[in-house]
Design a protein around this ligand. Structure first.
Ligand SMILES: [Zn+2]
Ligand SMILES: [Zn+2]
Length: 135
């Protein structure tokens, strides 16, 4: 996956962030939480190490949709920004908020058992169900 530094921010610019280090994983997540939180029919996330991840400007607002993870968004404009599992050493960035989102390509689909038909699975990518089985 790509190395180097990533930067991005929300729609209004109040929240900016930087991430150093390699992108660990990029996925299209089709789960119901990612669909609702993004407002899109699937969400694309780039996981980066927490070490080297820095938020600049406003602190994002937070929401816990489950008891094991926090989702972050801009409290001013509402942009979906991040999600992080409690205690994890990685944080997932909403790829659409990256300044250079074109440089990031997904490597897998997740939660495809609840995928909406409008989002075609990329046949080049592995696809996984919530229970870990490969489609
Ligand atoms: Zn904003
Ligand atoms: Zn999801």
């Amino acid at each position: 996956m790509s190395a180097g530094s990533l930067a991005g921010g929300c729609l209004c610019g109040a929240v900016r962030y930087r991430a150093e280090g390699p992108v660990i994983r990029v996925n299209h997540c089709h789960c119901g939480q990612c669909r609702r939180v993004s407002g899109a029919i699937a969400a694309t996330w780039a996981a980066v190490p927490v070490a080297g991840f820095v938020i600049e400007g406003a602190r994002p607002a937070e929401f816990r949709a489950s008891d094991f993870a926090t989702r972050s968004f801009c409290g001013a404009c509402g942009s979906t920004l991040f999600w992080k599992r409690d205690g994890a050493e990685k944080i997932d960035i909403a790829v659409g908020t990256l300044d250079d989102a074109a440089a990031i390509r997904a490597g897998r689909h997740d939660h495809v058992e609840v995928r909406l038909p409008g989002f075609a699975l990329d046949p080049q990518l592995p696809s996984f169900c919530a229970d870990g089985t490969k489609l």
